[in-house]
Write a protein that binds this ligand. Structure first.
Ligand code: ACM
Ligand code: ZN
Length: 768
């Protein structure tokens, strides 16, 4: 190496020779962060300065002083001369985006500048994330750095259902603290539902005297709790007094969190009806629900009764006195229309208002409530069912049944909050499910949440502005303790925080995962319960070029996957996965994730592969399969994986059109039998094809029919059936196989979808 070159290289690497500054593990990832050498030391000589004229900053200052006191015992000075100063500058003249901040740290000064209280508060939160999280005797060193940061979305929400199980004011404050630490700014408080009314309403005291208390059956699963019997003590429940609620509103405000109260209507109000039976269509008295058994229980307000509207307006008037939020959430989800169909008052309303049906009656209900809310200078938000029968003129829609409600509303020019069940429901499983607390269903892993982008692809650039942000929802049918609640929220809320705060091009799963470890340590120190992550192995077939191989992966960037293919249980002595595994004979692959020499799964994940001559064939479809049932892609029909008797991920689905699939075997093969596996699942509108025709070809142009099978299982058979249609013939050299399965075009008589198109589901085209 020449001298000149070595000097140049030395200069080039020079910056790295400066004292290394590790990047602080801030979550959510700031927009821009630069590290500089050195530290600012916080101690008893540190003074916090803020402009006294700007009283608005004061709660943030007090918050900061208390946090520093908690971790170090130091009492910082305020607006007194000090050696090291921390300056909080709230300047309406500065051009920071709303809730954005500039945090600069040098050896002698820390400055946080923002144009809003939220910005100052978030500057403080980022600063606090660089410090120890629990009481320490170590010196408080803040690395010298410059952060320029602001959020991607204005609605960064977390929801909590306190009806299904009650959580005390202290637990709610803890929830708010966790939200604030990760810059979440909207707390959607689900205060009303069938199994408990949790907000004191002075004009209607029975709402909480009666509606907040039920027979305690916490020891039983939600769905198997017997209904209360007359005389049984109503010994489970609770509610928040208006005084407590106002205090929590103020507590949240200091932490830059707006609380959106949800007052459910017109359904999900069995608790209100238990208190005031005259609110329902039948007006029959009922006891508070104990769980998920609704037999003979009314859960709707009567939409034909004027007194119901007066009642709701009275309730909302008190709600709006407690909660200053712009938005009032009125629920609106899952209204069972049957009671309205049978109720003379509701039917009279439909007549009088010229409504077409009960969907329009629901729309009438919500529109009427919206007028009241707007008259109080507030805005209505509701679940996506408020689209049915016509959306109220200024309503904001919370999209939970997937993204379609949000997409539809945004295209209509309405604001939306995205909270699709997948992946935003944090009551779903996040791992396992073996070894996990019972969660009912769903599977939303940390990575699913991290990968979520609140802007649906279906929206154009102009429509993006209607997406206010996203929210994690925590329904508590199966969550009755604080520990369990923490476990469901941590760490998924941190992943969501990054999805709603950080620019999408700053998101990086591996980097997030490594920052997360620092937060796990803090959770351990604070005694918070959390899930260490999802260690399920994903088994993905790669079927192409006449060959099958299998890719194994785990969400954890630091873990390895170990597997067997001989039926034995995989452990540390099994094969370590490095690259796709060729599968040449029928076998079952079993796999586990291993981290730090420890198997992380209670049971291995396993998948059987059945080998035949069409494996690895390229499949082309004359009619495109549904985008909702793509299985593992087009070649799922030649990947050796057979489906289960539910319409899960291994089935290719098509509706309306026939399934016409042509398989290219890649080369000529001698075959004497072809087949296709199909599913019938009556309740899912999936029926066996009426006929299946098999053709073969050597050149892909000229096909010869080898047989046709007429289905003899009636479409009305209720139980799921997997049927293999097949045809045999004397051996032929064949390169192409074409299968035509005729889809049931109309669901049978008596089926809920009678007359509407059915579905064909297929899992494999086989050749032998
Ligand atoms: C909901 O999950 N019913 C909004
Ligand atoms: Zn009615």
């Amino acid at each position: 190496m020449s001298f000149r070159l070595s000097v140049l290289l030395f200069i080039a690497v020079l910056p790295n020779l400066l004292p290394a500054q590790q990047l602080p593990s801030i979550i959510p990832q700031p927009v821009d962060m630069q590290m500089n050498p050195g530290f600012f030391i916080i101690d008893n000589n540190t003074s916090v300065h803020f402009d006294k004229q700007q009283k608005a900053t004061k709660p943030a200052v007090q918050f900061f002083l208390k946090m520093v006191q908690n971790i170090s015992g130091y009492s910082l000075k305020v607006n007194k001369p000090g050696k090291n100063t921390i300056n909080l500058i709230l300047s309406s003249a500065s051009h920071f985006p709303k809730e954005g901040y500039l945090l600069s740290v040098s050896n002698s000064n820390i400055t946080i500048k923002a144009s809003s209280y939220g910005g100052i508060f978030y500057g403080i939160q980022s600063l606090l994330q660089t410090l120890p999280q629990v009481r320490t005797n170590e010196s408080l060193q803040v690395p010298c750095m410059l952060i320029n940061d602001y959020p991607r979305f204005s609605w960064r929400g977390m929801h909590l259902d306190v009806s299904r199980h009650f959580f005390s004011a202290d637990v709610v404050k803890e929830y708010i603290d966790l939200m604030a630490l990760y810059k979440m700014n909207t707390f959607h408080w689900h205060l009303v539902d069938d199994q408990g009314w949790r907000i004191e309403i002075k004009k209607y005291p029975k709402l909480t005297q009666v509606g907040a208390w039920r027979v305690d059956q916490t020891d039983k699963l939600w769905g198997s709790r017997p209904q209360a019997k007359p005389g049984e003590p109503a010994n489970y429940g609770g509610f928040y007094t208006q005084q407590q609620l106002k205090e929590i509103v103020a507590y949240a405000k200091t932490r830059n969190i707006t609380i959106i109260p949800e007052i459910e209507m017109p359904g999900h109000v069995a608790s209100a009806i238990a208190a005031y039976p005259q609110l329902s269509c039948t007006q029959v008295p009922q006891l508070p629900l104990t769980g998920g058994n609704y037999t003979n229980m009314a859960s709707n307000y009567c939409a034909g009764n004027e007194a119901v509207f007066s009642f709701i307006e009275d309730v909302l008037t008190e709600v709006m006195e407690i909660f200053p939020s712009t938005y009032i959430h009125i629920g609106g989800d899952e209204v069972d229309k049957e009671p309205w169909k049978k109720c003379p008052h509701c039917q009279q309303r439909i007549q009088k208002e010229g409504l077409k049906n009960e969907e329009e009656l629901q729309s009438y209900f919500i529109k009427r409530i919206e007028r009241f809310i707007i008259s109080k200078k507030r805005k209505l938000i509701g679940w996506d069912e408020i689209l049915e029968g016509g959306l109220a003129p200024e309503a904001t829609v919370m999209s939970w049944r997937g993204e379609s409600g949000g997409i539809q509303a945004a295209k209509m020019g309405h604001d939306v909050v995205m909270t699709p069940g997948t992946p935003c429901y944090f009551d779903a499983y996040q791992a396992g499910p073996e070894g996990e607390p019972y969660a009912g269903g769903g599977f939303n892993t940390l990575k699913n949440v991290y990968d979520y982008d609140p802007i649906p692809k279906e929206l154009n650039a102009a429509e993006h502005q209607h997406v206010l942000g996203a929210q994690g929802n925590v329904w508590t049918e199966n969550i009755s303790t604080t520990e369990h609640l923490e476990y469901m929220v941590l760490p998924r809320m941190l992943a969501l925080a990054e999805s709603v705060w950080s620019p999408s091009d700053k998101k990086n799963w591996r980097d997030f995962y490594s920052r997360l470890k620092v937060h796990f340590t803090a959770f351990d120190q604070k005694g918070l319960h959390y899930s260490p992550g999802n260690f399920t192995v994903k088994i993905n077939p790669i079927s192409q070029g006449g060959k099958l191989s299998v890719n194994l992966s785990s969400d954890s960037p630091e873990a390895s996957v170990y597997y067997t293919s001989d039926g034995s249980v995989p452990g540390l002595s099994a094969s370590k996965y490095t690259s796709p595994i060729p599968v040449e004979s029928t076998q079952t692959i079993k796999a586990v994730t291993v981290l730090n020499d420890k198997v992380m799964n209670l049971v291995p994940v396993e998948q059987k592969f059945s080998i035949h001559k069409a494996i690895g064939g390229t499949v082309q479809y004359t009619n495109a399969p549904s985008k909702y049932y793509p299985a593992n892609g087009p070649n799922s029909l030649t990947d050796g994986i057979r489906g289960k008797s539910n319409p899960g991920k291994f089935w290719i689905g098509i509706s309306n059109d026939d399934l016409i699939a042509t398989v290219d075997l890649g080369s000529e093969k001698k075959i004497s039998k072809v087949g296709i596996g199909c599913l019938q699942s009556y309740k899912d509108w999936i029926f066996l094809p009426q006929t299946v025709k098999f053709e073969v070809s050597a050149d892909g142009q000229h096909f010869q029919e080898m047989g046709s099978v007429v289905n003899d299982i009636p479409a009305t058979a209720l139980n799921p059936i997997i049927r293999d249609f097949e045809t045999k013939f004397s051996s032929l050299n064949v390169r192409y196989i074409r299968v035509t399965a005729t889809t049931v075009k109309a669901c049978p008589k008596g089926h809920p979808g009678e007359g509407k198109p059915g579905w064909t589901f297929a899992d494999e085209i086989t050749a032998e």
